[in-house]
Write a protein of this length. Structure first.
Length: 264
C-alpha cells in the first residue's frame, strides 16, 4: 500500500489585507488501523503507516516480549483492506501483562513492568559501554543525512523517522506516522536482516520519552539522538542504563544530557 495519497485542497494566504484562494494538490499521509491476531485471537490494535508492516510487527512483539517462545516471521500472514490484519501462528499464547497506551503519537504501546525494571535499576550495577565513540562533527553530518532521507515528512509534514548508524554510515531507516512505530519498524527490519543493534546509535525525529529510551535499552543501544527534547523520566532511565541521550540536534549545536564521554 502507498504511504501517501494526493488530494485537492484550498490553499489560502493574505495579500494586501485580502484572502487569496488557490486550488492545489497536496500530499496526505495514509493512516491505517493495524490489527494483530495471534493464534486466531485479537492481541493488539494500533494505527500506523501501511509500509514496513512486517517489520513493525516483528519489532513490536520482540521488543515488548509479547510472544515468548517459538514463532516465525515467515508464518505471518498480512491482509490489506480498510484495516490491515496480521495473523500470527505461535506455539505460546501472547503476554499482554502491563500493556498501556503511551504518550506517543497515534497511541503507542509499551509495557510498564519492563520500563519499571529499567527505571529502578541500580546505577552501581551498570558498566557504561564506551566502545561507541563519535566526533561531534561526524555526528552532525550523520544527522543531516538522516533528515535528508525523510522523504515522507517533506511530502506530508506529519511523519516520524528513525535510523540506525554505526557512527560511520546509516545502516537502516524507517518512517511512520507514529514515533514509536518508526522505532519498532527499525528494530524489526534489523532483526529480519540479521543486523546487530548493540553498540549502534539510533537517530530519531521525535521527542524522547521514557518508552522510546526503554525500547532502545532493550537492545543495548548506547546512544539515541533526536532533533527535539527528552523527558525527565527518559533521562533517568538513560543515566541508569549507561545510555547517551542527545537532544535539540539542530544546525551547529546539540545538547548532551547523559554520558557525554562518547562524544569526541
Amino acid at each position: 500500500m502507498k504511504a501517501i495519497i494526493k488530494r485537492g485542497v484550498q490553499r489560502m494566504w493574505i495579500k494586501d489585507s485580502k484572502t487569496v484562494i488557490e486550488e492545489v494538490e497536496d500530499s496526505v499521509a495514509v493512516e491505517k488501523a493495524l490489527r494483530i491476531k495471534i493464534n486466531g485471537k485479537d492481541a493488539l490494535r494500533l494505527y500506523c503507516s501501511p509500509v514496513m508492516v512486517r517489520e513493525l510487527v516483528v519489532g513490536l512483539l520482540l521488543t515488548e516480549e509479547i510472544i515468548k517462545g517459538a514463532w516465525c516471521a515467515e508464518r505471518m500472514e498480512i491482509s490489506y483492506g480498510d484495516e490491515i490484519v496480521v495473523n500470527i501462528s505461535s506455539e505460546v499464547e501472547p503476554s499482554m501483562e502491563g500493556a498501556t497506551i503511551t504518550s506517543g503519537c497515534v497511541g503507542g504501546i509499551t509495557f510498564e513492568k519492563r520500563e519499571r525494571e529499567y527505571y529502578i535499576r541500580d546505577e552501581s550495577n551498570i558498566s557504561v559501554n564506551l566502545e561507541l565513540k563519535i566526533p561531534s562533527q561526524r555526528l552532525k553530518e550523520l544527522f543531516n543525512e538522516f533528515q535528508l532521507r525523510s522523504n515522507l515528512y517533506r511530502s506530508t509534514g506529519c511523519i516520524h523517522s528513525a535510523a540506525l548508524s554505526d557512527g560511520k554510515v546509516i545502516i537502516a531507516f524507517a518512517e511512520d506516522i507514529g514515533r514509536h512505530n518508526a522505532i519498532d519498524k527499525l528494530i524489526g527490519y534489523c532483526i529480519l536482516e540479521n543486523i546487530p543493534l548493540n553498540g549502534k546509535m539510533v537517530l530519531v525525529s521525535g521527542r524522547l520519552s521514557s518508552e522510546m529510551i526503554t525500547k532502545c535499552a532493550k537492545w543495548s543501544i548506547p546512544m539515541v539522538v533526536s532533533r527535539t527534547a527528552p523527558t525527565t523520566r527518559a533521562l533517568e532511565i538513560a543515566q541508569r542504563t549507561g545510555m547517551t541521550v542527545i537532544g535539540f540536534m539542530r544546525g551547529e549545536r546539540f545538547n548532551v544530557y547523559t554520558h557525554p564521554e562518547r562524544i569526541l
